[in-house]
Design a binder for this molecule. Structure first.
Ligand code: HEM
Length: 395
């Protein structure tokens, strides 16, 4: 057992590269961990993360769920940074357009996109599973979900990439990024305008037509609110799925016997997706603010304190999962918290599952084996999303 004092924060690249050893110590030795440098508490055991996720009255999302954004004067995105009753109204409205029918309609398109991205590498000796595939797929899927015409989807994806691109050393947006942001905004405004007069069979039209059951009576969303919603859906659905696919390529290379089982029996793939989510949660930290004092494991956490729910650690808790540091594609998983839990449970979970299952099936069909050049892996460093941005495959 280590005698070093426990130190954890999500901003330290060295810790973030492999937080599992420190999370294991936190679960055993400091289940209510306090970081005095950044002034937050962290819960790392499955049962505590689960209970806090369900107890939304005490563990509030209203001040934000991104640790470093809590208390900062930003315009809060709807739903995810809300408590009931506002959350209930928004969730009801959005859930009514995220129907199983809409998700199922996308399945064939997802197959087609996977084929289009993966086929050109059939004869290749290497490609980057995230940059060339995993990060592209979800952006195109969200575009299809919203109803962006196919011929425009690549252009919108290129703008989205340009908005996020930072040259080395840059922290703010470059003039190219600002210009791309302007292009995306103008493009979406034109799409909204068109659908206000001529609705189509797509999620954008459904959202424009749906009513928010809030305040003095149901009302339609304004253009500004629609833009914020499209941003929310894109930001929640792109980076997370890209990271999940990055972890998939890396993990299956590290556990080749498990991969071989999936090649042999593709019916195991849906279960393997749940195991991958447990193994490395793409969104491993959800922050909350306490609305009253909480007593936990002999520690009092005061009202107003910031609390990080470490869903990434919960997935490796031996109190919940037998032999948790073994990746087992056939593990029976009755529940995990990698999509959150309770009222904020991921609204895109079913879509994310379809994307991951399809991507894995289409990958294994073409590439039953690969190695990864682990020296060339690059990680994404944010406090909300964790995973590889580059996974060069050796075929
Ligand atoms: C592997 C992929 C994904 C992971 C790991 C993931 C993870 C999560 C988690 C942990 C939460 C709960 C946040 C909290 O409790 O504060 C959440 C919420 C949410 N997710 Fe996902 N997500 C994924 C994909 C998607 C996709 C594809 C979409 C949209 C198409 C999406 C849309 C949302 C939305 C809108 C919420 C907010 C729900 C609410 O506050 O009621 N997610 N997601």
């Amino acid at each position: 057992m280590s005698t070093e004092p426990i130190y954890y924060d999500p901003y330290d690249y060295r810790i973030d590269a492999d937080p599992h050893p420190i999370w294991a110590r936190m679960r055993d030795e400091a289940p209510v961990y306090y970081n005095d440098r950044f002034d937050f508490y962290a819960l790392s055991r499955f049962s505590d993360v689960y209970a806090a996720s369900v107890d939304h009255e005490v563990f509030s999302s209203a001040e934000g769920t991104v640790l470093e954004l809590i208390g900062s004067p930003i315009e809060p995105p709807p739903m995810i940074f809300m408590d009931p009753p506002r959350h209930t109204a928004f969730r009801k409205m959005v859930a009514s357009v995220f129907t199983p029918r809409r998700m199922a309609l996308l399945e064939e398109r997802i197959h087609e996109l996977c084929r289009g991205y993966l086929d050109p590498f059939r004869e290749a000796s290497t490609f980057d599973y995230v940059a060339d595939f995993g990060a592209r797929l979800p952006v195109m899927v969200i575009s299809s979900l919203l109803g962006i015409p196919r011929e425009d989807q690549d252009m919108v994806r290129a703008w989205t990439d340009a908005v996020l691109h930072r040259n080395e050393g840059e922290t703010g947006m470059s003039s190219a990024a600002l210009a791309a942001f302007g292009s995306v905004h103008a493009y979406f405004q034109a799409q909204i305008d068109e659908r206000r007069t001529r609705p189509r069979d797509d999620l954008m039209s459904d959202l424009i037509a749906s009513e928010l059951p809030e305040g003095t009576g149901p009302r339609r969303l304004t253009d500004a609110e629609l833009h914020v919603f499209f941003n929310l859906i894109s930001s929640a659905g792109n980076e997370t799925v890209a990271r999940l696919l990055g972890w998939t390529a890396l993990t299956l290379a590290q556990w080749p016997a498990q991969r071989a089982r999936l090649v042999e029996n593709p019916n195991l793939i849906p279960g393997a997706v749940e195991e991958l989510l447990r193994w490395e949660a793409p969104s491993p930290i959800q922050a909350r603010v306490l609305t009253r004092n909480v007593e936990l494991h002999g520690t009092t956490i005061s009202q107003g304190a910031k609390v990080a729910l470490l869903t990434g650690s919960a997935g490796r808790d031996p109190r919940e999962f037998a032999d948790p540091d073994r990746f087992d594609a056939t593990r029976e998983i009755s529940r995990h918290v990698s999509f959150g839990y309770g009222i904020h449970f991921c609204l895109g979970a079913s879509l994310a599952r379809i994307e991951a299952r399809t991507a894995i099936a289409e990958t294994l069909e073409r590439f039953p084996e690969w190695d990864v050049d682990e020296s060339a892996i690059e990680m994404v460093h944010t406090s909300t999303v964790r995973g590889p941005a580059r996974v060069p495959l050796i075929l």
